[in-house]
Write a protein that binds this ligand. Structure first.
Ligand code: ADP
Ligand code: MG
Length: 323
């Protein structure tokens, strides 16, 4: 069981940032309003995510770490939509199989919290404790039992920059939630949770970007776009600030990036990349469910439609705002 868990964990946990992403998404699923992420040494020492969501009932805290014991699949439609954005019901099991995990959770209907410690899939301790409503998970000793994986971890700054990217994208995707990110005790990021995308972009990406945004909004038979483009004078040397969200979730997709870059072409200097925050709502029939579990790459089944709609909308929007 443990070996199977470790092998499968390798598929979903590439690096500390993958853990951060899974834990944040669990907090969002638990309807948290505030999510706090504390990292020590790029995640090698500590990854801690604390939320004020609905929490877990004391009787269920152990089974949350069982593979495929998800509480989130309610019907077949749900299964379909969940799978379309990645694997389900194995994040906690995977994490606990390659690290030491401590979880403290207090369910909203309970006046006491439960604390559980798991290492390499084995339960080390479990006892009631005091805490506010919500869930706090601490991950230590990552990859302690898979030295080959540990060796592949990059420098602290590299691992932390992956984490920071994930938290930034999740915060942008969820501007109604307040996110805080700390590294080695230093506050790196804090979003207001006002529900206004622009406020979140300001908090995460700074005033220069926030003051040069152009709203975009368009709807077509298959897809709906909204969000912001940034003026073409403002660029980056990589795709680091091309953010795409499909049906509310941050994703990476080469096609959408290409469509946007094609629309910006000639307006940006050669080799420079635009800055965009593009929310894409698509009919589920256009999303290929066959995606890699961890990477959250989305494939569309009608590439040409998606590409054309995005390119055209971005081009029109830029043209309309050309001073
Ligand atoms: P999944 O999220 O796909 O269901 P996970 O392994 O990530 O699978 O989590 C297992 C279960 O643990 C969840 O279905 C949920 O019931 C519970 N859980 C995990 N994290 C939290 C959290 N932060 N708040 C409340 N419940 C949680
Ligand atoms: Mg999960």
């Amino acid at each position: 069981q443990n070996v199977a868990n470790q092998i499968s964990a390798g598929e979903v946990i590439e690096r500390p940032a993958s853990i951060v992403k899974e834990l944040i998404e669990n907090s969002i699923d638990a309807v948290a309003k505030n999510i706090e992420v504390k990292i020590e040494d790029g995640g090698r020492e500590l990854i801690k995510v604390k939320d004020d969501g609905h929490g877990i009932e004391a009787d269920d805290i152990e089974s949350a770490f069982n593979r495929y014991a998800t509480s989130k699949i309610e019907d077949i439609d749900d299964l379909y939509s969940l799978y379309s954005l990645g694997f389900r019901g194995e994040a906690l099991a995977s994490i606990a199989s390659v690290a030491e995990v401590e979880m403290i959770s207090r369910h909203q209907a309970s006046n006491q919290a439960m604390k559980i410690k798991i290492k390499g899939g084995d339960i080390l301790a479990k006892k009631p404790t005091g805490s506010t409503i919500g869930t706090e998970i601490s991950v230590r000793n990552l990859f302690y039992n898979t030295p080959a994986r540990y060796k592949y971890l990059k420098r602290t700054t590299t691992e932390f920059s992956h984490i920071s990217k994930i938290v930034s994208a999740e915060a942008t995707a969820n501007s109604n939630l307040s996110f805080k990110l700390y590294h080695n005790g230093r506050k790196i990021l804090s979003t207001p949770g006002s529900g206004k995308l622009k406020d979140t972009i300001y908090a995460v990406y700074g005033s220069e970007i926030a003051e040069n945004l152009i709203p975009i909004e368009t709807e077509d038979r298959y897809i709906k776009l909204s969000g912001y483009l940034c003026r073409p004078e403002l660029t980056r040397s990589s795709r680091s600030h091309e953010l795409f969200f499909v049906n509310g979730r941050p994703i990476y997709n080469n096609l959408t990036a290409k469509a946007v870059e094609t629309a910006y072409n000639k307006l940006t200097n050669p080799g420079r990349k635009p800055i965009v925050f593009l929310f894409i709502k698509v009919n589920p029939i256009l999303v290929d469910v066959n995606v890699h579990p961890a990477k959250r790459e989305v494939k569309f089944s009608r590439n040409q439609i998606i590409f054309d709609v995005i390119k055209k909308a971005v081009r029109q929007c830029l043209k309309a705002n050309d001073p």
